[in-house]
Design a binder for this molecule. Structure first.
Ligand code: DQQ
Length: 611
């Protein structure tokens, strides 16, 4: 079931890395296919055969690594001009070049700091530094000089991802991965040079770095992305992502003084056949309410914990909800959380290497995620830029305690300009009704659909475990019973191009199954794009016969939140006709059951200060 999803990435600029072509080929041939086949080989003779093949391939070609694809010819090619056509307006991005992972988001004395992986020289991944921006609202940003860049033996070959911790007496400290002079991944720290500079412009990397070496038994080329540290019973703790063979691992390290770290005997958590765990994130969530918690602040509080890992093989972010066994210093996911590739995702679209932080100013936990491109590397070089960040999201535990809820930070609403409404509008089968009067290429749309009757819901086949495959099969044009209904975003006048975001309701023996799709198949007339039918299931019971959808539309991104933030999907799209004032927005229904737009609000969005 994962084959289609995984392999569909490879023609584009997704996994694989620093190696030779052979290594790249090996990773294509081995990682996804072999891991799955090994998992199923107990049951299938074909699986056994493929596993055997993989072992031979692995034995012949040796180490398999994956991270970002390398394009030596483009990596330091300065943008001649930055193409504005598809640049986003209110999503975070620098003025040019490549960006990837969010690093060390934090709040310090009234200012939000955001660091990110950045190539100062070109529009493809390479030459990584920690770019640095500051903001008072996480919407308007001012760019500063890079905070961390390769300069010492412990990071001379790269300054990769990491996290911030606020030490007692309000002292920020950053842990990050350095690629040292031997190309080993080591963990370093950096501190502000001047705590009284409100912008914390300069960061120092003291000479006692690295503070953590890979050590015996740890794969030095798969040992990265330290988490925010937490304090418990006299020790700091932090996690580092890794893998051994094909087992994904979060190693736990402890320290009394933040300088001298010892690896715990047992990994904090690990799962077989999941490959490299990049950018782990671990944090507490309250059992009820939307309030966030500081990572160390759990004593006496009714909490669960969340462990998120970025699976390099699929390039998606998966999380489980579970229990932190503090006495054993281990994490155990709840039995309601699937621990692996079929598990919950923050976002069922382009969203990777994410990281949360606790915002003490508004007592909330905020999630940042990198939204990568779906065009070709050549397109990125021509554009002179690649990568944006999703709108920061507040995250909290769903009252059902089985999943998270996510919602764009409230500050985004300060960008809302002209508002249009649609009320009690019936959508009969085949209708698409225009939402007129806003800048449809740069908009925020929030809609509540009312479903008068669920009787016509199509039967759900239990073999449809892969939402994305189901959405590809039953797209926006395929007539159903209850749905497909939703929004046609970034639509050209004659619908040569459009990105539908829609629901489809099925009936299974016990309950209704709701599918949310964000389908890029018809989004662009351009060639060579990755146009997936991203989708996720939405775990709601429909007792009130209502479904809500919010979509943030920003020229080349559509970021959607289904059912108040239960299921989120971000699509990158590259319209050629549906641009600027030629983009349109419609509400539509292709199901035989009439649906009512009970309430729709759409706003033109203003452009914030963006770096
Ligand atoms: N990107 C960083 C790594 C991380 C990966 C390097 C995830 O630290 O594992 O740019 O996208």
């Amino acid at each position: 079931m994962f084959f289609g999803t995984t392999f569909s990435f490879f023609p584009y600029k997704y996994p694989t890395q620093l190696g030779t072509l052979t290594t790249k080929l090996t990773s294509v041939l081995t990682s996804p296919l072999c891991l799955v086949s090994m998992a199923v080989s107990k049951f299938l003779s074909l699986g056994t055969f493929i596993t055997f093949l993989c072992v031979i391939i692995n034995a012949n070609y040796g180490r398999v690594e994956a991270s970002h694809r390398v394009y030596p010819q483009f990596q330091s090619l300065s943008a001649v001009s930055v193409k504005q056509l598809l640049r986003t307006s209110y999503h975070f991005q620098p003025s040019k070049n490549w960006i990837n992972d969010p690093n060390a988001p934090m709040y310090y004395n009234g200012i939000y700091h955001f660091f990110y992986q950045y190539n100062p020289k070109g529009a493809v991944w390479s030459n990584m530094v920690w770019a640095h921006s500051v903001s008072k609202d996480m919407i308007n940003w001012e760019a500063l000089e890079p905070a961390i860049y390769p300069s010492e033996h412990f990071d001379i070959n790269g300054a990769w991802s990491g996290s911030a911790t606020i030490l007692p007496n309000n002292k920020p400290i950053i842990l990050y991965t350095g690629l040292d002079h031997k190309d080993r991944q080591v963990q370093n720290y950096a501190v502000p040079a001047n705590l009284s500079d409100p912008y914390l412009r300069k960061w120092i990397k003291p000479s006692n770095n690295p503070v953590v070496n890979p050590g015996k038994g740890v794969n030095a080329s798969a040992f990265r992305d330290p988490t925010t540290a937490w304090w418990l019973n006299g020790h700091w703790r932090m996690l580092v992502g890794s893998k051994r063979n094909h087992r994904g691992i979060a190693y736990l390290y402890r320290s009394r003084d933040f300088m001298y770290w010892i690896k715990a005997k047992h990994p904090f958590h690990s799962v077989p056949y999941t490959g490299m765990w990049e950018c782990p994130d671990f944090y507490p969530v309250l059992l009820s309410g939307k309030e966030g918690l500081e990572t160390s602040n759990i004593q006496g509080k009714p909490v669960k914990h969340v462990l998120k890992v970025s699976l390099d093989i699929t390039r998606y972010d998966y999380y489980t909800v579970g229990t932190y066994l503090t006495a054993k210093d281990r994490y155990v996911p709840d039995n309601t959380s699937v621990d692996g590739w079929a598990g919950l995702r923050y976002d069922y679209g382009n969203f990777y290497a994410s990281k949360t932080f606790f915002d003490p100013a508004k007592k909330r936990r905020i999630l940042w995620g990198w939204v990568n491109e779906s065009d070709t590397t050549e397109d990125d070089v021509k554009k002179g830029w690649a990568g944006i960040q999703a709108i920061p999201r507040t995250v909290w535990l769903d009252p059902n305690q089985r999943q998270l809820m996510q919602w764009p930070i409230e500050e985004l609403e300060t960008l809302r300009g002209k508002n249009v409404k649609m009320r009690h509008q019936q959508l009969k089968t085949g209708d698409h009704i225009e939402v007129k009067g806003i800048t449809a290429a740069q908009a925020d749309v929030d809609v509540t659909f009312y479903i008068p009757s669920l009787d016509k819901a199509e039967p759900f086949n239990p073999s449809w475990t892969n939402a994305q495959e189901l959405c590809a099969k039953k797209g926006a044009e395929v007539q159903g019973g209850v749905g497909p209904f939703g929004l046609l975003t970034l639509a050209s006048k004659n619908l040569e191009e459009y990105t539908p975001v829609f629901f489809r309701v099925f009936k299974s023996s016990k309950k209704h199954v709701i599918l949310l799709c964000s389908d890029a198949t018809s989004s662009s007339l351009m060639d060579g794009l990755y146009k997936p039918s991203f989708a996720g299931y939405v775990n709601v019971d429909l007792a009130d016969k209502r479904l809500t959808l919010r979509s943030l539309i920003d020229h080349s991104v559509v970021e959607s939140f289904g059912a108040g933030g239960k299921t989120c999907i971000t699509s990158r799209v590259y319209p050629t006709l549906a641009v600027f004032e030629n983009a349109n927005l419609y509400a539509f229904n292709h199901g035989t059951e009439t649906i009512t737009v009970e309430n729709l609000n759409a706003w033109s969005m203003k452009k914030p200060r963006m770096n």
